[in-house]
Write a protein that binds this ligand. Sequence first.
Ligand code: ADP
Ligand code: MG
Ligand code: MG
Ligand code: MG
Ligand code: MG
Ligand code: MG
Length: 653
Amino acid sequence: MGLLSLGTPLEWHESSQYSEHVRKNGIEQLLYVFRAANARKEDPLLWGDEVEYMICVIDDARRNAVLAIDDDEVLLELNTEDKGMCDAHNASFHPEYGRFMIEATPAEPYRGFVNQYVEENMAQRRALAEGKLRERGADLLSLAVFPRMGCPGFTDVPQVWSSHNAASRSLYLPDQVINRHARFPTLTANIRTRRGEKVCINVPMYQDEKTPKGDDTVVERDWFTPEDQEAVLASKPGHIYMDGMGFGMGSSCLQLTFQAPNVDKARYLYDSLVNFAPVLLAATAASPAFKGWLADQDVRWDVISASVDDRTPYERSEEPLLPKYNNGHGYTSKAHPQRIPKSRYSAVDLYLGGNPFFDRKYNDTNVPLNESALEKLQTNHLFPMDYDLARHFSHLFIRDPLVVFQERVDQDNQNSTDHFENIQSTNWQTLRFKPPTQAAIPGNNSTPGWRVEFRPMEIHVTDFENAAYSNFLFLIVECLLKFSNEINAYLPMSQVWQNMQTAHRRDAVVLEKFHWKKSFTNEATGEYSFAEIFQNSGFGIFPQFIDRILKHKNIVASSWTDLQNSSDAGQKRLYYYLKLVFDRATGVLPTTANFLREYITHHPSYQKDSRLSSEINYDLLKMMSRITHLDDSKGELSKFLGKEIADFLANRI
Ligand code: ADP
Ligand code: MG
Ligand code: MG
Ligand code: MG
Ligand code: MG
Ligand code: MG
């Protein structure tokens, strides 16, 4: 997301009057894009990452660590008075949902394999933001989840509840955690209003000796009727209960966007990465605690999914919590509402097809479509789309636009993609197929072409880890594009959805099996452990993708492990990137989630009750801050990344 344009975001009852207008014109804009850019070819493999950070205040005098919600000026400054400095370091900073969040990307995308430059660029971004925050007494951490978000006193503003939180109406999150730009509180309020209830998130609680029967922070309040009565009905025994968009959209991830040479290869790349998404979600697990409780799951994904779930009770096929209020059904402007099995933030729904390995039978799940969009996309004078691609977009277009800006209701469909992007960018799936704009005619290389975004991975605290996962995925992408005539990565979508659930389980990496290809040259699939998925010679990621592309590039003779003895500093570093991914995926090293859970349960003040006190939280964040800065003075880095990697990073080998 770039800098936000100014304008007046409409509240739901006004905004929803334009829903059909936005969909209709959005489809037309998309058709103009295809007409302009369909024949584009041979675009280079440009790519880039997005890293999300949290601004924290770690107060050593009080031994307390909180989220900082009044330092967002820093983001403004980075985009204005510091812009020249940022450009000079190829760094770009973006707003995010949380007022305590900053997103950073390279200003110019990487071109092909750039290896350690990814980490160098990430380090420069971190240094730029961190330098400014330090002057203000704040810290920057790339944490997936702030473990005590929503607990009493979790921010640095003492009077944070002096105003009522009309946007989210959460019992736990004041509206001051939301980005100040009017789009974000409006988005929050519109999701809640459309749904007809507050969003509802129940995460299984980690069960320890003295864990209570349920979340004892569930209370009634009397600020908002009926929302303040929902918690008791919505919360489930044995679960952590959360009720605000910020619990999900206030968590952080690592996203990667890749440009494909042409539209067909972009579709192939998208389809081929579909099942890498749940596997790499589990492999990067870093979220063992929410709202001051240890969770019995390791990742943030379904928390975000529920945190922006705008479906009405009818669409969800559920009874409303309080039928006497909330209209009984939420508020959609649709004349004929559909049943919708999944949140608009969820795993990919449909393969895009368009290559010889694809078969429609792989799209074997229940995915509702916008039938009139489906028809229009296939039958029009601008660009008649094939059925499979039309089906993908017509699924995205079952959703209402969440926020319409008054000033942008009327647009020129030949030159704007605003209405299309309104629907597209609020369909938050594990992958995003990113079309270009109408300016992307063949030969106009000043504007991006067809891209695929990989979105499931959790963020890590060190630049080293984030660069490792980025380079790992880059090599997989390069391999897929290079051998696109040979690699058949399809498996039934229903199996991918199952993998997505499996990926949430505690220690899935070592305890669970995932659906995976038995062979990448035919249809066969099986259920395998991570050890097999990563290292089996016939279908494992390292032999089949990493070794294959490294050999093709003449970087190694037989295996990635050859890199260890390379005299080239970059290649040696690549060895440690790959080793980190490999060792975590095969259980040699803990995932971040496992490491944090172990830390919490072994903390001297832990009461075996699944609670994360502010004292534990402080010690935990202190430790993560040391690890962020590769400080191994207490041996934590060695424990976290293994001695060999820690020694390498601390220049001991
Ligand atoms: P969004 O939030 O919509 O996903 P961002 O602009 O935050 O988009 O991030 C997009 C990423 O894509 C950045 O890392 C950027 O460097 C990268 N990028 C920019 N142009 C291209 C391109 N032509 N091809 C691939 N990646 C690109
Ligand atoms: Mg972004
Ligand atoms: Mg974004
Ligand atoms: Mg401050
Ligand atoms: Mg982001
Ligand atoms: Mg993104």
